[in-house]
Ligand binder design. Structure first.
Ligand code: COA
Length: 166
């Protein structure tokens, strides 16, 4: 197995939006990309208005191109100790080389430094997310919830969680 690469993530900027949405579209599907666009547009308009959206998005670039994306999302109406992973994707050309693992490690460090105690992730039961489900299971997440018939295609929402410790 190759060594896990050194990855440094940077905060996403508004100019990154089109490229980030394209990455979600290519790695997941157009429906998820449309929802990502709404979430990200909301995030940037909150910044402009000085409103805390509870969100933060990060990108990883290779040769100037966005090839990795990951975010943290706190429900602003919920407990401050819990944070959700959001819009996690690695470009197909870079998958299975440890990039996703490195992105996960970086975002966990950010979450721990911000004082969060529990990391949750919402994923789905359909084949698009099969790789993600096994990725989370292999990295210490445990399935803590399942809501049947959640997506328009009838797929279940599956929630994984892990405690955040140093
Ligand atoms: C889930 C996702 C982000 C993982 O990214 P990734 O870069 O492929 O992740 P990694 O390379 O770290 O790990 C994937 C596999 O590669 C292999 N791998 C990991 N590190 C490796 C290394 N250094 N060398 C060789 N192979 C390696 C492992 O077998 C690992 O499999 P496992 O998850 O069963 O342990 C990616 O598959 C993706 O973008 N999927 C589509 C979008 C998606 O579903 N996102 C999640 C939404 S909830």
């Amino acid at each position: 197995m190759e060594q896990t690469p050194e990855i440094s993530i940077e905060s996403m900027k508004e100019d990154d939006l089109e490229e980030a949405v394209r990455l979600v579209s290519d790695s997941m599907n157009v429906e998820e990309a449309a929802w990502a666009r709404q979430a990200m547009e909301f995030y940037f308009s909150c910044i402009k208005h000085g409103i805390d959206s509870g969100r933060q998005y990060y990108v990883w670039r290779d040769d100037g191109k966005i090839c990795g994306l990951v975010g943290l999302h706190r429900y602003i109406w919920g407990p401050e100790r819990n944070v959700w992973l959001s819009w996690f994707a690695v470009h197909g050309d870079h998958q299975d080389r440890g990039v996703g693992s490195a992105l996960m490690d970086s975002v966990k460090e950010h979450a721990i430094r911000a004082g969060y105690k529990k990391l949750l992730v919402e994923t789905y039961g359909n084949p698009t997310f099969q790789k993600a489900r096994s990725f989370y299971r292999a990295r210490g997440f445990r399935q803590v919830g399942r809501i049947e018939n959640y997506l328009p295609d009838g797929s279940a929402m599956i929630v994984f969680a892990m405690p955040l410790t140093k």
